[in-house]
Design a protein around this ligand. Structure first.
Ligand SMILES: *Cc1c(COP(=O)(O)O)cnc(C)c1O
Length: 388
């Protein structure tokens, strides 16, 4: 069959593929320790589930406005105002089928052939592929461990050309777990304004911070940068709602309207009663977010201690999200070779760095229980020892 050219340029999601292989092995009764998940292992808090059940029973089962339930758009605008000092009104918000969908819609509304989108590597797997689906050109900028895998203002400046439309900022980062400091965000904001480009800030992990790290939303730096900012976020990571598929985009009105048109002709509204769960997430107590954060903080400490004790592996201390990013260059293997061998020989699943544009690294997600962390890292140590 002749398929559209755009499909051929796109790489299938490696993270989803490895996670699927590990799950299939588990179904076959194999004792797999999995660090591959890109999602919290907690159940959604009860008050959120109950709000959705109530909405379902109250008949919130029909089509709603494509841009989202007005009450949810208002609650999101209020959240962005109080948590992030961003002055959006409800009409600047669109509710999407997850943060992934909000970014995809943004690319569709903004990017066309010839447009360049600057993406620092290591990057979240879907960024370059979404840009390609929109027929734009991803411009990958390699960062280093020395800068904490964060792009420097100079690197950004050098990557900008007359064709640059958009810069993708993701802090806290998936896959590195690193967080841009407020000073670093301000310095990036300066470059955005100086060169008059747009920035999309993917803030899906903003609530998962450790060691006193602070999240500054780039749009809050100045009104000049606010006018050039798009915020993408969602409920999946902070509230353990990955399967609910609720995210959002906040943007200048003209762009928001364009995204609404695209959504109106593709997915229409997000599942109506799921949106009522999201309203409860924002309006209810935030204690559940803090409880999950504290659990992640404990696991992070344990996994870092264990991994740093393995000769041959090096790893920076991340202060956000739920990932650690390990340098495997001393082993002289590609990341795919490393992960394949590890899954086959020790039944440990993790994600090869090549998926994120960093072939000398691997990503471990510690969104799993302590027992798995301890047993899995033991096996990782045995594997590394056998190769080193
Ligand atoms: C998980 C994730 C998202 C969005 O996830 P959804 O489930 O679609 O809300 C967006 N960006 C990054 C970096 C992520 O890790």
């Amino acid at each position: 069959m002749k398929l559209a050219a755009r499909v051929k340029q796109v790489t299938p999601s490696l993270t989803l593929a490895i996670d699927a292989k590990a799950k299939a092995m588990k179904r076959d009764g194999i004792d797999v320790c999995s660090f591959s998940a890109g999602e919290p292992d907690f159940d959604t808090p009860d008050h959120i589930k109950l709000a959705a059940v109530d909405a379902l029973m109250a008949g919130k089962t029909r089509y709603g406005p494509a841009a989202g339930e007005p009450k949810l758009r208002e609650a999101i605008a209020h959240k962005l105002q109080t948590d992030n000092q961003l002055c959006y009104s409800a009409e600047n918000i669109i509710v999407t089928n997850g943060g992934k969908h909000s970014l995809y819609n943004l690319m569709m509304a903004l990017i066309e052939a010839g447009d360049e989108v600057i993406i620092p590597a290591p990057f979240w797997v879907s960024y370059p592929e979404m840009v390609k689906l929109a027929e734009g050109t991803p411009v990958i900028v390699q960062t280093t461990a020395e800068s904490g895998y964060k792009i420097t203002p100079d690197q950004l400046r050098q990557a900008i050309t007359p064709k640059t439309r958009l810069f993708i900022l993701n802090s806290p980062s998936n896959p590195t777990g690193m967080v841009y400091t407020p000073e670093e965000v301000r310095a990036i904001a300066e470059v955005i304004v100086e060169h008059d480009i747009l920035v999309v800030s993917d803030e899906i992990y903003e609530k998962l911070l450790y060691d006193g790290a602070q999240h500054l939303s780039i749009g809050a730096v100045s009104s000049e940068v606010f006018d050039r900012t798009i915020i993408s976020s969602g409920f999946a990571k902070a509230y353990s709602m990955t399967g609910w598929r609720v995210g959002y985009l906040a943007a200048p009105l003209e762009l928001l309207k364009a995204v609404s048109i695209i959504q109106g002709h593709s997915t229409s509204n997000v599942c109506t009663f799921a949106q009522y769960g999201a309203i409860a997430a924002l309006e209810g107590s935030q204690d559940c977010v803090e409880q999950m954060r504290l659990a992640f903080a404990d696991r992070r400490q344990v996994i870092l201690n264990l991994v740093n004790a393995i000769p041959g592996l090096t790893c920076l201390t991340p202060n956000g999200a739920f990932y650690i990013f390990i340098n495997i260059s001393k082993l002289g293997m590609s990341s795919l070779e490393f992960c394949d061998g590890l899954l086959n020989e020790q039944q440990v699943a993790l994600i090869p760095g090549i998926a994120f544009g960093a072939d000398d690294h691997i990503r471990l997600s510690y969104a799993t229980d302590m027992t798995t962390i301890e047993r899995g890292v033991d096996r990782l140590a045995a594997y590394v020892k056998s190769r080193f």
